[in-house]
Design a protein around this ligand. Structure first.
Ligand SMILES: *Cc1c(COP(=O)(O)O)cnc(C)c1O
Length: 386
């Protein structure tokens, strides 16, 4: 604010999210370009080994070219397809829904818990049919604390669980990193996630038969082509037993990913410090309600910082932020309201009311305290006029 109370509009907007790439990533890409093997090879194998070690698991880690591909292959290779249903929270990126649809199965939009945005286990139970094959909980805003009930439900009903952990790479749950516990866990390394490999994703599972099938399916279904690629060769005579896709990760992507992984602690610390600073700045602002993750970001590395506008209108707040040079977003437009996934008898009441209040504030490792103070001032000023 200037001294007369007018909001100064910044010349360049404060970014909602962004990739944080340095000289190290550029050098890593050049190293791969100079080596002359751009596609899938040793670098991808090394990234998978690095990820396994970082997560602290003996489970298989299979890298692919997007988080969406990771989700799709997880379901596809469980033989989920036409005639099947998968339970998904409606409050998620459309990627989760399209990954289910890509198998031929139907994504069933489920309601979420009002306080966390996480899949509501009671609602999921009500939407179960004999066609239900899997549950896909989403770690909304990196929080998956309530997942125990989802696994209990899955065990009781004989369902697989595919965790959409796109927001929570590197987070801890009950003392272990995400990926250590659970059935199948899928990460995204797209440009703005906790780490990036340019684009990219990974499937983590202790089901070694499933992992082997995913390894083949990412390379057009060519049996055991992965082993060949990791010694910079390929298969010339081979069999194909299942449908496959062109979903493998490239050495270029893996080189970026490995460099980002080495910077994880620094990115993570910054994200947590920024999120706590938002809590301090905005905790008492009357127009907002923060998500009260009761662990105070202990073990949680927030990918996004959504808040609820409870007074004065979400759209009004968004307009003021944007006019003040602050990018903001809404995570997420509800999937059951999309034409392709329309579900008329839906009744996801918590998600609907949450959606009407949601706004996501800027969060990325290059955000500064000074920018956060400015964002808080703009929000406080708007709160006073409503
Ligand atoms: C980013 C994201 C995905 C998909 O990951 P991509 O790598 O972009 O394909 C899936 N689900 C959620 C919740 C995400 O945020």
């Amino acid at each position: 604010m200037s001294s007369n109370g007018e909001t100064i509009v910044r010349s360049t907007p404060i970014r909602l999210s962004k990739s944080c790439i340095g000289e190290e990533e550029k050098a890593a890409v050049l190293r791969v370009l100079d080596a002359g093997f751009l596609g899938m090879g040793e670098e991808v194998r090394d990234f998978e080994n690095d990820l396994q070690q970082f997560i602290g698991t003996t489970k298989a880690v299979v890298c692919v070219n997007t988080g969406t591909a990771a989700l799709h292959l997880a379901l596809e290779c469980m033989d989920i397809g036409l005639g099947d249903e998968v339970l998904v929270p409606t409050l998620t990126y459309v990627a989760s829904f399209q990954a289910v649809a890509a198998t031929g199965a139907v994504p069933i939009p489920c309601d979420v818990l009002p306080e966390s945005g996480f899949l509501d286990p009671l609602d999921a139970r009500l939407r179960m049919t004999p066609r239900t094959k899997a549950i896909m909980p989403v770690h909304y805003a990196s929080n998956s604390a309530a997942i125990g009930e989802i696994y209990a439900l899955a065990r009781e009903c004989g369902l697989r669980v595919v965790e959409d952990a796109a927001h929570s790479f590197g987070c801890y749950r009950e003392g272990h990193r995400i990926g250590v516990d659970g059935d199948v866990i899928c990460f995204s390394f797209d440009g703005i996630k906790n780490i990036t490999s340019g684009e990219g994703g990974a499937v983590v599972t202790g089901d070694m038969k499933l992992a082997a099938r995913i390894e083949d399916a990412r390379l057009l279904g060519v049996s055991r082509d992965t082993e060949k690629r990791y010694s910079n060769m390929r298969s010339w005579e081979f069999d194909v037993e299942h449908r496959g896709f062109r979903y493998h990760m490239s050495n270029i992507m893996a080189a970026i990913g490995r460099t980002q992984l080495a910077k994880y602690d620094s990115f993570a610390n910054t994200r947590v410090v920024l999120a706590r600073n938002y809590q301090r700045l905005l905790g008492d602002v009357k127009s907002l309600r923060l998500f009260e993750f009761d662990y105070d970001y202990y073990g949680i590395v927030p990918h996004i910082f959504p808040v609820r506008v409870v007074k004065g209108g979400r759209n009004e707040m968004m307009a003021v932020l944007r006019a003040s040079g602050i990018e903001c977003g809404v995570h997420y437009y509800l999937n059951h309201n999309l034409s392709y996934f329309k579900n008329r008898k839906n009744g996801c009441r918590n998600a609907e009311s949450l959606y009407s209040q949601l706004i996501t504030l800027p969060l990325h490792p290059d955000l500064t305290f000074e920018q956060q103070s400015y964002i808080a001032q703009v929000i406080e000023k708007q709160t006073r006029v409503t």
